[in-house]
Design a protein around this ligand. Structure first.
Ligand code: PEP
Ligand code: MG
Length: 296
């Protein structure tokens, strides 16, 4: 079986009827790139930047972050690298952030909510990202979005960061593709409006399932109730896909469900343009995509 999959290396991610799909890999550390290339992924669809914060005993500096993003971009040699801004909070706690203990951390102060209130942390990361984008094909993605106002606030901060870099004479890339994660039911329901504001969507099915089914993704007792194929979640993905395409934007899936080959055909029928999966699943998903005929 492994050998069979190896034969799929260097093969295109294309359906029998000729629809091109982008199969990318998820990574959680800059050292994971070797595995991505070994499995012949055509890009990185989710680079979880939290490792930089979790590995450190203090806020990672702009230079530290710049080096990490630049290395990944260079090693991917022109292939797309979608870096997600920090998603600390909830389950991922870091001492130096001095976050309060919360009753419902999954519904709490996390991700973009931290970035939009502690802007110096966010700006440091954005500066590193815009600088690193000079060295490869970097896109930026924002987690846990629930409103158009958040996206507009992000744009104001990006404009400030770029202006500051310009004033300081530091090289950066002017136009970086930016997208949002669709991982809250709110973002799905207003995805028509959000699609006007961003370049792409990437569905985080882990959190989208958690928030849609009101099931804590960490609570093992709830496993019997956690139906990853729940119709409500699939309908939401379809809705976000339709709204993305109505604005000419692309949509991918970077949550675990993207690697579920029993759903690949359904996803492609919805028009999902990209699937980002763990590196070890890339060839498996490629195999499945190449068997599908969307005209049937
Ligand atoms: C998700 O929620 O599906 C996702 C990809 O993000 P994370 O698992 O890092 O929360
Ligand atoms: Mg998530």
């Amino acid at each position: 079986r492994k050998e069979l999959l190896q034969q799929l290396k260097d093969k295109e991610d294309i359906t029998l009827d000729g629809t091109k799909i982008n199969i990318y890999a998820n990574i959680g550390n800059s050292s994971d790139v070797g595995n991505v290339l070994k499995n012949d992924a055509n890009g990185i669809g989710l680079f979880r930047s939290e490792f930089l914060y979790l590995e450190n005993s203090d806020y990672p500096t702009e230079e530290q972050q710049f080096a990490a993003y630049k290395t990944v971009a260079e090693n991917m040699a022109g292939k797309k690298v979608i870096i997600r801004t920090l998603d600390i909070g909830a389950d991922k706690k870091v001492d130096y952030f001095k976050l309060d203990k919360e009753e419902n951390p999954a519904l709490g102060y996390r991700a973009i909510r931290i970035c939009l209130t502690r802007k110096e942390i966010f700006k440091t990361q954005l500066r590193a990202l815009y600088r690193a984008a000079v060295f490869g094909n970097i896109s930026i993605m924002f987690p846990m979005i629930i409103s158009v106002e958040e996206v507009k606030a992000i744009k104001v901060i990006i404009a400030q960061v770029k202006e500051e870099l310009k004033q300081e004479g530091i090289p950066f890339k002017e136009n970086v593709e930016t997208g949002i994660m669709i991982e809250t039911p709110a973002s799905v329901m207003i995805s028509d409006e959000l699609a006007k504001e961003v370049d792409f969507f990437s569905v985080g099915t882990n959190d989208l399932t958690q928030y849609t089914l009101a099931i804590d993704r960490q609570n093992q007792k709830l496993e019997p109730f956690y139906n990853a194929h729940h119709k409500a979640v699939l309908k939401m993905i379809k809705m976000a896909a339709d709204n993305a395409h109505a604005e000419g934007k692309w949509i991918g899936i970077c949550g675990e469900l993207g690697a579920d080959i029993t759903l690949t055909e359904e996803f492609l029928k919805m028009g999902i343009d990209e699937l980002s999966v763990s590196a070890s699943m890339v060839l498996e998903v490629r195999k499945r995509v190449r068997e599908i005929d969307l005209t049937k």
